[in-house]
Design a protein around this ligand. Structure first.
Ligand code: ASP
Length: 329
């Protein structure tokens, strides 16, 4: 059988990092130019073409970098059977979410991976993650997902949950797409989702979003001038201290300016249900939009994409109540 063609795009992250400085810390190394020498078994899996899009700690990525990546992948898609994207773990869930929306119709696998320890280190998880990611990229399953620690997760539902564990990611409200143990077990929902992404997104991303992580007693400051959207990472099912005058002032400020105010949960598992408690019902009355089962990344990505395309508060509301690319809502 002819070998699959896999495009390997490097963007940075721990996988390709090297120790530097005194005291020693990890910084981007000489990219992944030698990956095929260091992990020669990848050639047994596919014919690989390497592209270095950029090479940095993913904490330095901007949304525009990810919009560019989406364009690069779309432009190259006809030349390959699948794509592996090497990426830092810190913002991989955001990138996977944005790409999951922007490339929902690509029809080919895009597998994001990285590692907790650099490829050059002993006991690194880089080698197995790379091998697993390339394996998945040859399978023809049209999904944009994160392959990490023996699992493949749908990107638009993914969250980084551990700083240290090799099982660093999960999609808390959606079972994994595949498990890579002795066998590669692909689950039936992989590649099966309705594509409802509105047309015309991805030209620009609106980053003027204010995100609040409440704690009891937190003063509720108004968002900075120029804010276009607000995300409140509420307690549990979406509860907030709605009796607080400063929080009421924040809601009134957003209502008066048509600024969408979205409520997600501080809990990764479970979902926002603004009907459960009186406080949730008061938030709805005050204009809040519940994020349901969507991660903070999906809520931020939808606001950024819709507002970036000039969309209205009604379109943000519609976006948060519709599954665009298989994310549970
Ligand atoms: N700081 C690194 C990054 O996101 C962490 C990692 O890759 O694991 O680039």
């Amino acid at each position: 059988m002819a070998q699959s063609h896999v495009l390997l795009i490097h963007t940075g992250g721990t996988l390709g990092m090297a120790p530097t400085g005194d005291p020693t810390s990890l910084a981007p190394g000489p990219s992944l130019d030698r990956v095929l020498e260091e992990v020669p078994e990848l050639r047994q899996l596919a014919s690989l073409k390497l592209v270095v899009a950029f090479n940095r700690d993913s904490a330095g990525n901007e949304p525009e970098d990810i919009l560019d990546l989406a364009r690069l992948i779309r432009a190259q898609a006809a030349t390959c059977d699948g794509v592996v994207l090497v990426h830092g773990t810190d913002t991989m869930a955001f990138t996977a979410t944005l790409l999951g929306f922007l490339l929902a119709d690509l029809g080919k696998p895009v597998v994001l991976t990285g590692s907790q320890r650099p490829l050059a280190y002993i006991r690194s998880d880089a080698r197995s993650n790379l091998v697993d990611a390339v394996t998945l990229a040859t399978k023809g399953i049209p999904e944009i997902g994160v392959c990490f620690g023996d699992h493949w997760y749908r990107g638009v539902a993914t969250h980084k949950l551990s700083v240290h564990r090799y099982e660093a990611f999960e999609s808390p409200n959606l079972p994994p797409l595949a498990e890579l143990g002795l066998h590669v077990q692909v689950h039936p929902h992989a590649g099966r989702f309705d594509r409802n992404v509105p047309p015309g997104l991805g030209g620009a991303f609106e980053s003027a979003l204010a995100v609040y992580a409440p704690f009891p007693g937190m003063p509720w400051a108004l968002p900075p001038d120029g804010t276009r959207g607000v995300l409140l990472e509420a307690y549990g099912a979406g509860n907030l201290p709605m009796g607080r005058p400063d929080l009421q002032a924040l809601f009134a400020h957003c209502r008066a300016r048509d600024i969408p105010l979205v409520i997600s949960s501080q809990c990764p598992w479970g979902w926002v249900d603004l009907d459960t408690y009186e406080l949730g019902a008061l938030a709805v009355e005050a204009g809040a939009i519940g994020a349901g089962r969507q991660t903070r990344w999906a809520a931020i990505a939808k606001m950024g994409l819709v507002l970036g395309a000039g969309g209205s508060i009604a379109e943000v509301r519609e976006a948060l109540s519709t599954s665009w690319a298989g994310e549970p809502v």
